[in-house]
Ligand binder design. Structure first.
Ligand code: DX5
Ligand code: ZN
Length: 216
């Protein structure tokens, strides 16, 4: 499978979201990456259900919803109802991760687990065959436009080994600071999905930037 590109809506123009959604629809992008922040798990607040519902009406590609919130179980069903196709929660926000993953799958969504830069991939050992995606944070979550953390390459390689060893189908997604200087190396280390916010939306020609990120 060739790699996927998921532009992060967090960097879109909220005063004209429709135009940016249509741009992603037309582009070579594969998913919409949708960052939900609660001001508790991360030091920022983004957007919630009404915005995602509006986005879903226009989006012609799957919604990859990344929850940076405490107590994500409380809202699993609600995210399904507003149109999430993939729901990713943070391992650091879950006391009963296995149950949280099952809840997502029982609601009919694909289940993802995100790990912060300080979290060791060994913590995924006993759930790796239950999940569809691991979101490796390559910045500390909370903001777009941050600098890529170089340790991510080694982390992706170890994660890839774990996935192969356990015969898991989980995709490896990289989130934060992805740009033209690092995307190829990330793919060669084993990444399957690249999130890109600032790199896409601050580009002169976002559609061409997405096509470039799709090129290996
Ligand atoms: C960070 C978010 C990211 C962010 C990526 O907390 O999870 O998805 O939007 O943005 P860039 O690509 O600008 O680092
Ligand atoms: Zn994200």
């Amino acid at each position: 499978m060739s790699h996927l590109i998921a532009p992060s809506v967090l960097s879109a123009n909220f005063a004209n979201l429709q135009s940016d959604i249509e741009m992603i629809n037309t582009s070579a992008a594969d998913w919409f990456h949708v960052d939900v922040m609660d001001g508790v798990f991360v030091p920022n607040i983004s957007f919630g259900f009404p915005v995602i519902k509006a986005l879903k009406k226009l989006a012609k590609k799957p919604l990859d919803v990344h929850l940076m919130i405490v107590d994500p179980d409380k809202y699993t069903q609600a995210f399904k109802e507003v149109g999430a196709d993939i729901l990713t929660l943070h391992i650091e926000a879950c006391n009963h991760l296995h149950r949280s993953i099952q809840n997502i799958k029982n609601c009919g969504m694909k289940a993802g687990v995100a790990i912060n830069p300080h979290t060791n991939i060994s913590l995924l050992h006993d759930v790796i065959t239950d999940i569809d995606l691991v979101c490796v944070m390559s910045v500390n979550p909370g903001f777009g436009g941050q600098k890529f953390i170089e340790n991510t390459y080694d982390k992706v390689k170890s994660l890839k080994q774990l996935i192969v060893a356990k015969n898991s189908n989980a995709l490896i997604e990289i989130d934060g600071g992805v740009d033209l200087t690092n995307y190829k190396k990330l793919i060669s280390c084993g990444a399957n999905v690249l999130v890109a916010g600032n790199t896409v939306f601050s580009a002169q020609k976002p559609i061409e930037m997405i096509s470039q990120l799709k090129t290996v």
